[in-house]
Design a protein around this ligand. Structure first.
Ligand code: NAD
Length: 284
C-alpha cells in the first residue's frame, strides 16, 4: 500500500486553517514564520516556495529574508535578534544549506528556543532526547504523523534507520524508540548493512543516495519510509528503488508525494504550536 503523504498534508492544512481561524478571533493576528535564506540555492528556492504556498493555504504568514552569499555571520546574528524580539514573529528557520563560511550551529542556537520552528536548537533537541515535550524536527515529526494516519503501530517492531543526521536520522530514531520500536541506526560506516535491513519490519532511509535500498536488502512485507530527495537524470527520486520495492513492501512512501509534503506541514504546525505558546492558547 502506498503511504500518501500529499493527501495527509492536504488534510492537515485544512485542519490547521480551521484552528488558525478560531485562534485569530481571539488573538487578532495570524501566526508568522520567518525564513532566512542565504544565496540562491535552487533546491532551497523550491522548498521555500512550497512553505510559502502551504502557509497561504493554512493562514500562516511566511516571510522570506534573503541574504547574499557573502553575508557575514554577525549580520545574520544581529538580524536573528531583531526577529527574536519581534512579537509578531512566532517561528524562525534558517534554510539549509548555507555557504561553508557560516557557522550554522551558532546561528541555530541564536534563535530564541521559543521561536525555533525547526526544533534544531540544542534546547529543543535536548528536550526531545530527554523525552520531554519539545518542538520536533519537521521531517521525523511528519513521518510519525504518516505512520499514525495509516494505523501503523510500531510497538515491538524492528525499525532500522539508515542515516544518522541531526535533522532526520537521530530524531526519528528517538521518536520511534519513544513509540516502543526496537531501533537500529545504520550509517556510512555500518558493516553488512543488509544484515540489519533484512531483519527490519520498518525501514527509514535518509541518506541522500539515489535508489540505494534495493529489493534484495529487505524482507517481504516490511514498511519502507523513503526520506531521500535526489535528482537523477532530471527526475526526483528517493533513496529506495521504489519500482522494485513497491511489490515487496507492505507499505511504502513514494518520492515525490511521500515524506516531503509532510515536512512542510509539520513545520507550519510547529509554527502554530509556538503561536499558541506565545498567546496562551491551548495547542492540540
Ligand atoms: P546528511 O547528509 O546530513 O546525512 C546522511 C546520513 O546518511 C549520514 O548519517 C551518513 O552516515 C548516512 N549515509 C550516507 N551514505 C550512506 C551509505 N552509503 N550507507 C549508509 N549510510 C549512509 O543527510 P540528511 O540531511 O539526513 O538527508 C538525507 C536525505 O534526505 C537527503 O536526500 C535529503 O535531501 C533528504 N531529506 C528529505 C527531507 C524531506 O522532507 N523529504 C527532509 C530532509 C532531508
Amino acid at each position: 500500500m502506498i503511504l500518501n503523504g500529499k493527501l495527509l498534508a492536504d488534510k492537515i492544512i485544512i485542519e490547521l486553517k480551521e484552528k488558525i481561524n478560531r485562534s485569530f478571533l481571539q488573538v487578532q493576528r495570524a501566526p508568522k514564520l520567518a525564513i532566512i535564506q542565504v544565496g540562491n540555492n535552487l533546491a532551497s528556492n523550491s522548498y521555500i516556495k512550497s512553505k510559502i504556498l502551504r502557509g497561504k493555504q493554512s493562514g500562516i504568514l511566511v516571510e522570506l529574508h534573503r541574504f547574499e552569499d557573502d553575508v557575514q555571520q554577525r549580520e545574520i546574528l544581529q538580524f536573528l535578534e531583531t526577529l527574536n524580539s519581534d512579537p509578531s514573529v512566532d517561528g524562525i528557520i534558517i534554510q539549509q544549506p548555507l555557504p561553508p563560511s557560516l557557522n550554522i550551529k551558532e546561528l541555530m542556537n541564536h534563535i530564541d528556543y521559543n521561536k525555533d520552528a525547526d526544533g534544531f536548537s540544542n534546547y529543543n533537541a535536548g528536550k526531545l532526547f530527554l523525552g520531554e515535550t519539545a518542538i520536533r524536527p519537521a521531517t521525523p515529526f511528519g513521518i510519525i504523523l504518516l505512520l499514525k494516519e495509516y494505523n501503523i503501530n510500531v510497538t515491538g517492531l524492528n525499525a532500522c534507520v539508515i542515516g544518522r543526521s541531526n535533522i532526520v536520522g537521530m530524531p526519528i530514531a528517538k521518536m520511534l524508540l519513544d513509540l516502543n520500536a526496537t531501533v537500529t541506526i545504520c550509517h556510512s560506516k555500518t558493516k553488512n548493512l543488509s544484515l540489519h535491513t533484512k531483519k527490519a519490519d520498518l525501514i527509514i532511509c535518509a541518506i541522500g543516495q539515489p535508489k540505494f535500498l534495493t529489493a534484495e536488502m529487505v524482507k517481504k512485507g516490511c514498511i519502507i519510509i523513503d526520506v531521500g530527495i535526489n535528482r537523477l537524470e532530471g527526475n526526483l527520486v528517493g533513496d529506495v528503488d521504489y519500482e522494485a520495492l513497491v511489490k515487496k513492501a507492505s507499505f511504502i512512501t513514494p518520492v515525490p508525494g511521500g515524506v516531503g509534503p509532510l515536512t512542510v506541514v509539520s513545520l507550519l504546525s510547529n509554527t502554530y504550536q509556538l503561536y499558541c505558546l506565545h498567546n496562551n492558547l491551548k495547542f492540540n
